[in-house]
Write a protein that binds this ligand. Sequence first.
Ligand code: ATR
Length: 276
Amino acid sequence: MKKLYGVIGNPIEHSMSPLMQNDAFMDKGISAYYHPFKILPEFLGTALKGMKALGVSGFNVTIPYKTAVMPFLDKLDPLAEAIGAVNTVVLEEDQWVGYNSDGPGFVRSLKEDWKSEWQNEKTLIIGAGGAAKAIYYSMAKEGMPRIDICNRTLERAASMKASCPFPCESNIMNIEQAEKQLSEYTLIIQTTSIGMDPLINDSPLSLEHMNDNAYAADIIYNPFETKFLREAREKGAEIQNGIGMFIYQGAIAFEKWTGVSPDMDRMRKLVTARLG
Ligand code: ATR
């Protein structure tokens, strides 16, 4: 019988995960189906019980439930617990176990699409929201010794650093300070939501002092190239948009569910084509 997987969220219509995961199941000859479930907030707990009762084998979690789902799970992976967000759930011995594959997905995209020695870079993370936290904690867990953080609200960056369970040195700075010393960094990671709205099309900071040998990564993939990435490219930097993080978080979930690694080129082509 086909195994059943899915993604829960609200709204869920625009999720590209069903396309990507169903194609990977087909490509790898795995008899499984991945369905988008739109869940209303008042039914979140009921939905999880129902999914277990119906024999769902695992699921992804997207906006707005990455934190809200946590009390309804049986167990939490320590990284997901530290980040405070779950995006991948696996049924293990009849228990829902929550993982975070967003941060590890970003780290894998650096490793696979850029360079294997990514830990040696002078790194700046821009932003201190949920996505920044997932990336910062995952990089620290993988042994990056130092990651500086800049954010509009300094206290938020300070509390992100203070709650990190893995050893990592960090200077905390505001946007203006980061702009002034941008030339020091060889890896700059943009995690704020500013570039997401094509009508506003803004960037969190000026790249005037960015090094032309820097690597600039944005977690946004729609628009395909944010103002931040365009300006970084024009400065001569190598760039990466959020497609890498998206496909690798999906690949890590797929591996946890099936024990099989999906074809990453195929995933990337599919998602890129869907984005037009
Ligand atoms: P998510 O959890 O999806 O990462 P979030 O918690 O709202 O989203 O965090 C968004 C990030 O974008 C934060 O770092 C936020 O800065 P603040 O902590 O100061 O709010 C940043 N951000 C959003 N809009 C911004 C803006 N107009 N200028 C500067 N930073 C902005």
